[in-house]
Ligand binder design. Structure first.
Ligand SMILES: [Zn+2]
Ligand SMILES: [Zn+2]
Length: 350
């Protein structure tokens, strides 16, 4: 048996219970969770039924660093052994044979399940990870496991978005929403050699990224009138609109802002997913020959590249200095929901 945080019904408090320790079958790795971090998607999953695909009761959580304990019978070709320290993309149980998996990406396999949404996640002592999505994260001097955990959702999501924007050296990219995901986004974009502009409605977050030296300019879209945003951007960018914009915010207004600051043939990458549909001006897309690009958490290859890039450039998310326990999960959810977490991602140590 093991201790697990269970969401029995969306909107109800999470309960800590003893449940059976899972047994690895197929490609699964039985892993002991070392540290797990709380993501904004966990709020949707625990409070409102998430994305309509969750099975309850559910062990939530999809970002973690773990130690491999035991291999399922089909996991041996994947080069993991007991004692390995790993993280994993949040997908599991892909069929490995469909067109989507073989030609596009594991995240698009119709059989894929998402950990912490429709398969058990990481807010428990032991869980099952798909060896086809796992990535080794050996210990690194001065880097804590907690700093690596958010790379496996927040980090790879925004890294994938920036990769899909096909940024060229010297181009200007605007990041709309610079907290959480966006904070990783500005750091990655800066490290990719881009000029980076940060847009947000939160002045403290804007000042934070400006002071850390990873953005070349900021625009507060709460205090700047919508009709003045493009002018403010041009002033910061040598009189030009931006080459690409990455939207990490899930607000409709963020998308309205984004589309208005692109140059002709500019690229808009959609990461933040509003629950409502976004009204988009097709005439603007046609007239300016704009490209709209989606992004979704990739699998093992994307994760490995993102982790390697993060290590190479020394880019890690900020971690809340408070050391949370599994029993604090309801308090953590309340803090995140209220937006009271300016100190970085909250991590549970096991
Ligand atoms: Zn997430
Ligand atoms: Zn498939």
């Amino acid at each position: 048996m093991m201790k697990a945080a269970l969401c029995k019904e969306p909107g109800k408090p999470i309960v800590i219970e003893q449940i059976p320790t899972p047994t690895p079958t197929g490609r699964h790795l039985l892993v002991r969770v070392e540290v797990a971090t709380l993501c904004n998607s966990d709020i949707a999953i625990t409070q409102s039924g998430g994305f309509g695909q969750s099975n309850y009761p559910l062990v939530i959580g999809h970002e973690a660093v773990c130690i491999v304990e035991e291999l399922g019978p089909d996991a041996s070709p994947y080069d993991f052994k007991p004692g390995d320290r790993i993280g994993s993309s949040l997908w599991r149980d892909m069929c490995l044979t469909c067109y989507e998996f073989t030609h596009i990406g594991p995240q698009f396999c119709p059989s894929a399940k998402m950990m912490g949404m429709n398969a058990p996640g990481y807010f428990c002592e032991y869980t099952l990870v798909d060896a086809a999505c796992a990535v080794k994260v050996p210990e690194k001097e001065n880097i804590q496991a907690a700093q690596l955990s958010p790379l496996f959702c927040a980090g790879i999501t925004v890294w994938d978005g920036l990769s899909r924007a096909e940024l060229k050296d010297g181009e200007t990219v605007a990041i709309v929403g610079v907290g959480g995901l966006g904070e990783m986004g500005v750091k990655y974009a800066h490290a990719m050699g881009c000029k980076v502009l940060g847009l947000d409605i939160n002045e403290a977050q804007l000042k934070g990224v400006l002071e850390s030296g990873v953005v070349d300019g900021i625009v507060n879209t709460r205090t700047t009138a919508p009709s003045d945003v493009l002018g403010a951007i041009k002033e910061l960018n040598g009189g030009r609109a931006v080459d690409a914009v990455v939207v990490t915010s899930g607000a409709l207004k963020a998308y309205e802002t984004a589309i208005g600051i692109l140059r002709p043939e500019g690229r808009l990458v959609a990461i933040g997913a509003p629950l409502e549909s976004v009204p988009v001006s097709m005439s603007m897309i046609a007239t300016y020959a704009l490209k709209i690009i989606g992004a979704l958490v990739p699998g093992q290859i994307g994760c490995s590249k993102c982790v390697a890039f993060s290590h190479e450039k020394g880019i890690y998310p900020r971690i809340n200095p408070r050391e949370f326990q599994l029993e604090d999960i309801n308090e953590m959810i309340a803090l995140l929901k209220a937006g009271n977490v300016q100190d970085g991602r909250m991590a549970i140590r096991f």
